[in-house]
Design a protein around this ligand. Structure first.
Ligand code: ZN
Length: 432
């Protein structure tokens, strides 16, 4: 068996590994590059011909794991795409949004990168897999396992001439909503593992951090604007807010939720609530707060004094209804902006969190006078301790570290010094 590590080797984005076993060529994840030099990387030719691929497995619906799928179809791929049913539903939202964002690019090559027709081709080739059910595909057997992280996220056990486990992105062990990731299996030939938090422990206390924000909004009668990714992070925040207000009704304020994609993701989280740790609690939470369906309601909220909370996408302030709130509230010192997720370099969210000046939205000057908070504890990734624990039942299998910054991988490698551990370079091939 031969593995070529294509994406997420030098960073945490663009996850993609090619597995060749005999005649079978299987791609594990087909992630889009995001971030500063993403455009250049996207336009670099792939090191394989998509027409030659036998199939693709998608571990979960984040864009950096599935965003290249429509591109593969555009370039002639015709094989099956394997993933869980939940991943397929979330992926439709993510890929449709991605096709729209590409249409708006200035670079004509990116405008033509893929479109909605290519997105539809993905869903014509989908094969849904059930967790723990082994599926034979050519000379490989595919088995998906629960990885926590976001709804529908999986690790992949691949069995052919060798047995290899791909962690996918691993979730937290103490996530209130999602299951802890299933531990690595013993006696494998290789584990390919993510290492986002390989160099550090995540500061604990997501619930406490959110609670202190909610308390301040009530006590100081402010407007709290929470910028959130539409899929996964928003549903976690809605769940945690509902939990907090149920325990502390004295701090309750009107909460509004805005974003069409966010609302579609809510519907999917409701439908599959039974796969979480608290199905009833999640379902209740997702119907608790007012959804903004009409711009007139948005205008009304924008002219209303606090206390109130508005949860709106997008998470990095790169589009979506949050932009309208930002422009409307920018001179209001009584508004607190909470950035609830990672802010990539080059985004308005990052600029605000770095307190940069002379910013613009739609070529108009933008100066934020209210408070800005960057959440420190909100993450859907396992930290260093959890990564090491994930491996605990498997003491000898070699590990390939991907999906982490250089330092994270090197630090984690130090901790795994009792076993063979390597950090593949981009496009490096390894025989297992
Ligand atoms: Zn992910």
């Amino acid at each position: 068996m031969k593995l070529t590590f294509i994406g997420a080797t030098q960073s945490v984005t663009g996850s993609m590994t090619l597995v060749q076993d005999g005649e079978t060529k299987l791609l594990v994840d087909a992630g889009l590059y995001q971030g500063l030099d993403a455009e250049e990387k996207l336009l670099t030719p792939l090191p394989f011909n998509p027409k030659d691929l036998s199939g693709v497995v998608i571990t979960h619906a984040h864009l950096d794991h599935c965003g290249m799928l429509p591109r593969l179809f555009k370039l002639g791929f015709k094989g099956p795409v394997f993933c869980t049913e939940i991943t397929s539903k979330l992926m439709r939202l993510i890929l449709t949004d991605s096709a729209h964002l590409l249409e708006e690019k200035e670079n004509p090559e990116l405008q033509n990168f893929y479109d909605q027709k290519d997105v539809e081709k993905v869903f014509g080739s989908l094969h849904k897999l059930t967790l723990h059910h082994a599926h034979v595909f050519e000379n490989l057997t595919l088995t998906l396992r629960d990885a926590g992280h976001i709804l529908g996220a999986t690790s992949l056990l691949l069995e052919g001439t060798k047995r290899v486990l791909f962690s996918g992105d691993l979730g937290r062990s103490d996530d209130l909503l999602l299951n802890a990731p299933e531990k690595a299996l013993p006696d494998l030939d290789l584990i390919v593992m993510e290492s986002t938090y390989g160099d550090r422990l995540r500061p604990k206390g997501m619930e406490a951090e959110l609670a202190s924000f909610l308390v301040k909004i009530k006590q100081e009668s402010r407007t709290g604007l929470i910028a959130s990714f539409a899929v996964a992070r928003a549903q976690t925040l809605i769940y945690l807010m509902h939990q907090f207000y149920t325990r502390h009704p004295e701090y309750k304020v009107p909460v509004y939720v805005d974003g069409p994609m966010l609302q579609s993701a809510n519907t999917i989280y409701t439908r599959y609530a039974h796969t979480t740790r608290d199905p009833q609690g999640l379902k209740r939470a997702l119907t608790e707060f007012e959804m903004i369906e009409h711009y007139k309601v948005r205008e009304h909220i924008q002219n209303k004094d606090g206390p109130q909370i508005i949860l709106a996408s997008s998470g990095m302030l790169s589009g979506g209804p949050v932009m309208s709130y930002l422009q409307n509230f920018m001179r209001d010192e009584n508004v607190s902006l909470l950035l609830s997720g990672y802010q990539a370099e080059g985004t308005l969210g990052r600029a605000l969190s770095d307190h940069q000046k002379n910013l613009k939205i739609n070529n108009k000057p933008f100066e934020w006078r209210g408070e800005i908070e960057q959440a420190e504890t909100f993450s859907s990734h396992a930290d260093q301790e959890e990564l090491i624990n994930w491996l605990a039942e498997n003491s000898h299998t070699p590990v390939a570290l991907i999906h982490g910054e250089e330092n994270a991988k090197l630090k984690l490698k130090e901790f795994l010094n009792d076993r063979e551990c390597f950090i593949p370079k981009s496009n490096e091939t390894r025989h297992v």
